[in-house]
Design a protein. Structure first.
Length: 102
C-alpha cells in the first residue's frame, strides 16, 4: 500500500526508519539522504515514523450554536429581490455606463 505524505515531506517511512536505526553521525546521514541535518536530528529523536499531527490540539466545531445563529443578521435586501446586474458593452470599472454619460 502506498504512503500518504504531506506536500512538503522530504522523507519516506523507510528513510525515517533507517535514520532512527543508524548510528552514523548526523552530517553523514544528511549527505547520504540529501536532507538537512536538522531534519535528520528531528527524525532521530522521534520514536515513530509517521508524520506528527499539526494544528489545534482540540478541534472546534465550525457549526454555529443556536445562540450564535440567532445573532446573525440577514442582508438588508434579500438576494432574490435584488435587481439583476447588467454589464454594458464598453463599460470599464473607471467609466460610467453609457446611459449615464452626458
Amino acid at each position: 500500500m502506498g504512503q500518504i505524505l504531506h506536500g512538503s515531506a522530504t522523507t519516506t517511512y523507510a528513510i525515517r526508519a533507517a535514520i532512527q536505526r543508524s548510528k552514523a553521525p548526523l552530517k553523514e546521514l544528511a549527505t547520504q539522504h540529501g536532507l538537512n541535518q536538522k531534519t535528520v536530528a528531528k527524525w532521530r529523536k522521534r520514536t515513530f515514523v509517521h508524520d506528527a499531527p499539526m494544528g489545534p490540539k482540540t478541534v472546534r466545531s465550525t457549526v454555529l450554536t443556536a445562540d450564535a445563529d440567532s445573532d446573525v443578521k440577514p442582508a438588508a435586501i434579500p438576494i432574490k429581490d435584488r435587481p439583476p446586474f447588467r454589464f454594458e458593452a464598453g463599460h470599464h470599472s473607471n467609466q460610467k455606463p453609457a446611459s449615464f454619460r452626458h
